[in-house]
Design a protein around this ligand. Structure first.
Ligand SMILES: Nc1ncnc2c1ncn2[C@@H]1O[C@H](COP(=O)(O)OP(=O)(O)OP(=O)(O)O)[C@@H](O)[C@H]1O
Length: 768
């Protein structure tokens, strides 16, 4: 590009930045004013709440005043937040106001319009858009269109225009570092630049270089089940984060960030992606791991995590593996549903409610309440009715109790301060007569006595879901390949675990499903979009449960069936078929991403050759060294070689990750690796990644990437089963720039018998 053009564009950047800086100053003032005003109102509100309540007439007046103050305070806070968000967005534009330009010529117009596109919009005092938000309908042309006739959607319908130019910029600290004209979606030159950078342990937004198929994921507004199957490093996570930012913009009148929930594989990953949305001017959505979600739902029990299950899975017999498969299937969840629907009153696992060691509500009473309802009423509604009936019965008991002598005596013995303490609520303050006040106090005392019974009813303690689940297990029809003896043993194991206050993951979801179906509780109607990243690591049963638990949510399942750590590598089509069958949806959509961006060309080529059907994977053309296979014959030489590799790698990379199959291996390396650089053994509870040498089992590295990776002990002994292919593939694809595979003894057939050819790696083989 000639220097005149470059100069003109830099002038334009300067012009836009001047306007942005001017606006920042003015909004800063506005913000200060809004902040002071909120402070003032809150202070007034604080003073007013300390008023006296002695005179009845004053009370009502004060309540009205307080109500008004409260309203004013919340209004002030709302205004302050709006101004703050505006300021935040302007600050985001300060160093780099935009990244793209499109020239559009509309029918009937003489000249093309130049539009600049950035992470947020900026409008001048005359309402001219200096920068368009990347999510605005017209900006879709930047991502979708090649030069010539293009169309884009607007609220008023489809618009057609002529795309005359598409220009990309790399602007840093207000200076154009690079710019290209391109006809492609986003030119490879720009991608080369972005992808060649060293990892700094937080994920970056890809807003300037979104690719066409990623754009389809981001801008989908119709699907209620969006399944993204993308090869390793294809930008699945990046695309869904951009999608969240897009949806918040697109549905800004009806959607807020608290209505979006992301299930993420672990806390490290949650931290890794935590900067992406703020960099796009959006607040972070809620994230939860399956372990955290289940622990909340089973208070008092220790629920196994995905990783604990993975760690223990090598000790399982073939029979136990078959049982696991069955419990993780859609068929098992269907059986739970059928069982709950057909339950008769005498099959219910009702529990008595005790008070001071005596039966307060017996099982029979509860059963009768259940039976007394018409059979046509749904189990969950019948359960709720029982609960309400029990509460009514309890209230009657409290009423009766209030009139008893011991309670009346307690009322008589109250001091006047104690007496007045009962009258702080609006409702209580309205009771004027003396007898009314006395009864009110007696009722409150009796209610306090019986609070434990109330809590027991409220928490559904009159029903035992664990016994019910066991009953279900005893009668469920088994698949032919599971023997009755093995099944019975597994039921015993379930009760044994319960005695220890533990619950395995395989039982947790069906049990929760059964509990929810019977009690009608556990549903979250607020969530409108549910995202599940690394979906291949969830069982179908877990996904069925999520669909049930978030009934209003559109499901977004993102993963790679070939990175399965917990089961055999599955062909994408097979996984999708299973999902479609289990999660019936009105508007399902599948988007596949086959181009891999993370790793250099030689690394992606090597990794794809490990897979039986890796041909669909398209490596991004970024140069780099061939992966190295390093073979040693004992532990000491392997550690020695590792130290050498680390020293070499740290000369050009910030981080070297040693990735193992299990935690035990990782711990052993950490203890034996004496090296004078910072080394860290990562654990399940860690939230951030330091630099230097990181040692961790692969499941903690899910979704992450590192400059240089050492795949630990890829030997025949260590990687001896077909189901470890997903693990090996996932480890190899965590490397951005360098990959070393270290083997203690002969190399695994998963490599030697794959499509990997000797030209795809270098080898370093030493006998000692
Ligand atoms: N359009 C893009 N522009 C720039 N970088 C991109 C783009 N798409 C992906 N990347 C980069 O490629 C890398 C991999 O992206 P991401 O982690 O989103 O992929 P993924 O499919 O979720 O990976 P995996 O399943 O292997 O964990 C990241 O460094 C990301 O920034």
């Amino acid at each position: 590009m000639n220097s005149d053009e470059y100069h003109r564009e830099q002038q334009h950047v300067n012009f836009v930045l001047r306007e942005i800086n001017r606006q920042i100053k003015s909004v800063q003032n506005e913000y200060q004013k809004a902040h002071n005003s909120t402070k003032q109102v809150l202070q007034n509100y604080g003073n007013d709440t300390s008023v006296n309540y002695f005179e009845v007439d004053d009370r009502n007046e004060t309540m009205a005043e307080l109500e008004e103050q409260r309203w004013m305070a919340s209004e002030e806070m709302r205004v302050e937040k709006v101004v703050y968000n505006h300021l935040y967005k302007l600050e985001q534009l300060k160093g780099s106001p935009y990244f793209g330009r499109i020239d559009l010529k509309f029918p009937g117009e003489k000249h093309a319009l130049k539009l600049y596109i950035g992470t947020a919009s900026c409008v001048d005092a005359h309402d001219h858009f200096l920068v368009f938000d990347w999510r605005a309908p017209i900006a879709s042309v930047y991502y979708n269109g090649t030069l010539g006739k293009v169309a884009y959607k607007t609220p008023a319908g489809r618009q057609v225009t002529d795309l005359k130019k598409k220009r990309q910029f790399l602007i840093k600290d207000g200076k154009i570092r690079n710019m290209f004209d391109t006809n492609e979606i986003v030119g490879d030159e720009m991608l080369q630049h972005v992808l060649g950078q060293k990892n700094d342990h937080v994920m970056h937004n890809i807003v300037a270089t979104i690719q066409r198929d990623q754009n389809d994921i981001i801008r989908d507004t119709k699907s209620d089940l969006l399944v993204v199957q993308g090869v390793a490093g294809s930008g699945k996570t990046s695309a869904i984060l951009q999608r969240i930012a897009f949806l918040l913009y697109h549905d800004r009148k009806s959607l807020n960030v608290s209505q979006i929930l992301l299930f993420s594989p672990n806390r490290l990953f949650s931290h890794y992606i935590s900067d992406v949305l703020p960099s796009l001017g959006e607040h972070n959505m809620r994230q939860v791991t399956l372990a955290d979600f289940l622990s909340k739902r089973f208070e008092g029990l220790r629920v196994q995590t995905i990783f604990e299950r993975y760690e223990s899975s090598h000790t399982l017999s073939t029979e136990q593996l078959k049982i696991r498969k069955f419990k993780n299937s859609a068929a098992f969840m269907k059986a739970v549903k059928r069982y709950c629907r057909s339950l008769k009153a005498d099959q219910f696992a009702f529990s008595q409610i005790l008070y001071n060691g005596r039966i307060f509500f017996g099982k029979e009473t509860i059963k009768l309440l259940y039976e007394s309802q018409p059979a046509a009423v749904k189990p969950a509604d019948r359960f709720l009715n029982v609960k309400n009936d029990l509460i009514t019965m309890l209230k009657n008991r409290i009423d009766a109790e209030a009139d008893t002598k011991p309670i009346q005596k307690r009322v008589d013995n109250l001091t006047s301060d104690q007496y007045n303490e009962f009258f702080t609520t609006t409702h209580a303050k309205d009771i004027q007569s003396m007898s009314g006040q006395r009864h009110y106090i007696a009722y409150r005392i009796a209610k306090n006595h019986l609070a434990r019974v109330y809590n027991a009813i409220f928490n559904n303690e009159f029903f035992d879901p664990y016994i019910q689940y066991q009953d279900f297990l005893k009668q469920v029809k088994l698949p032919n390949d599971i023997s009755k003896a093995a099944w019975e043993k597994s039921i015993k194991e379930f009760s044994h675990q319960l005695e220890l206050h533990r619950l395995t993951l395989d039982n947790a979801t069906p049990l929760l499903y059964l509990r929810d179906l019977i009690t009608g509780e556990g549903l979250n109607h607020d969530i409108k979009y549910l995202f599940v990243d690394e979906m291949q690591d969830y069982s179908i049963a877990q996904l069925v449960y999520m669909k049930h638990a978030f009934p209003n949510a559109k499901l977004n399942l993102i993963g790679d069936s070939e990175q399965a750590l917990f089961k055999d590598v599955q062909a994408p089509q097979e996984l999708l078929k299973q999902l479609n069958n289990a999660l019936t949806a009105q508007h399902p959509r599948l988007i596949k991403l086959n181009r891999s961006y993370r790793s250099t060309y030689p690394i992606t080529n090597f990794a794809k050759s490990l897979l039986p059907d890796g041909n669909q994977i398209q490596p991004f053309n970024r140069s780099g060294d061939l992966p190295r296979i390093v073979i040693r014959y004992n532990w000491t030489s392997a550690i020695k070689a590792t130290k050498q590799i680390i020293r070499q790698q740290l000369k050009k990379n910030n981080t070297v990750a040693i990735l193992t199959k299990h935690l035990a291996e990782a711990k052993k390396i950490y203890t034996n690796l004496n090296i004078n650089v910072k080394k860290t053994l990562m654990s399940d509870s860690d939230r951030s990644l330091p630099q230097g040498v990181l040692i961790m089992p692969i499941y903690l590295a899910k979704g992450l990437e590192f400059d240089s990776v050492i795949a630990w002990n890829v030997s025949k002994d260590n990687y001896n089963q077909k189901r470890l292919l997903g693990t090996l593939y996932t480890i190899s694809t965590r490397a951005m720039h360098d990959l070393t595979l270290l083997s203690i003894g002969p190399v695994s057939p998963l490599i030697t018998k794959s499509h990997v050819s000797p030209k795809q790696f270098t080898i370093n083989h030493q006998f000692n």
